[in-house]
Design a binder for this molecule. Structure first.
Ligand SMILES: CC(C)(COP(=O)(O)OP(=O)(O)OC[C@H]1O[C@@H](n2cnc3c(N)ncnc32)[C@H](O)[C@@H]1OP(=O)(O)O)[C@@H](O)C(=O)NCCC(=O)NCCS
Length: 174
């Protein structure tokens, strides 16, 4: 079990899709994500079907231990066994839980999983230039800025830069 303090991560299930859809259609959340929105409920179910057995990604729901409430989604995509790296993403969908340290714990749990279970050596993450909060979180967890892709993503009516940050697990930084 991927668990720390009051937080645990579990695989995403069919019953999580309505909440996931609601979160991805929340403008405050999706305006910070690279994905296109709005998304439909049915596309969420298709997405879940599509990712089953896909070894290049792993997706978890972030839950509160006390009440098993799902508050967000976190995962690794583009997992490369050859290069031993992967891209990460996260959103705390229930905004009542923002700013209470849950994002930090969830990312830490994901990093432990990436290192210990998947044997990866490097995790990277893309953020929109406007997403100062997420970058601050990743920096606090040891992510270093590698660079940016200029005017790469069309978001809310304009082209935005994407910043890439990454972390290497110890012993793997060469
Ligand atoms: C970004 C997100 C995952 C952070 O989760 P969170 O649980 O709110 O963050 P935490 O409480 O764990 O805070 C961790 C760090 O983030 C930063 N942070 C949190 N809230 C912040 C704010 N309002 N302004 C600036 N930095 C902030 C701080 O560095 C904080 O560390 P500190 O508590 O030691 O100061 C969450 O706000 C979210 O899902 N946002 C919308 C989607 C998104 O941006 N996803 C990331 C896409 S790459």
């Amino acid at each position: 079990m991927l668990k720390y303090n009051n937080i645990y991560l579990r695989p995403i299930e069919k019953e999580d899709i309505p909440k996931r859809t609601k979160w991805l259609n929340d403008e405050e959340i999706s305006s910070m994500l690279i994905i296109q929105y709005p998304v439909s409920l049915i596309s969420g179910y298709y997405w879940l079907d599509r990712i089953q057995g896909d070894e290049s990604r792993t997706d978890f729901v972030i839950c509160i231990s006390d009440n098993n409430e799902a508050i967000g989604v976190i995962g690794l995509t583009n997992i490369s066994k050859f290069n031993k790296n992967a891209e990460m993403y996260i959103y705390i969908g229930d905004k009542d839980y923002w700013g209470q340290g849950y994002g930090k714990i969830a990312v830490n749990l994901l990093l432990q999983y990436a290192k210990s279970v998947l044997g990866l050596r490097k995790i990277y993450v893309y953020t929109l230039d406007i997403n100062v909060k997420a970058r601050s979180l990743y920096s606090k967890l040891g992510f270093i800025t590698e660079g940016k892709l200029v005017k790469h993503i069309y978001k809310n009516g304009e082209y935005r830069d994407l910043i890439i940050q990454s972390t290497f697990f110890s012993g793997f930084n060469e």
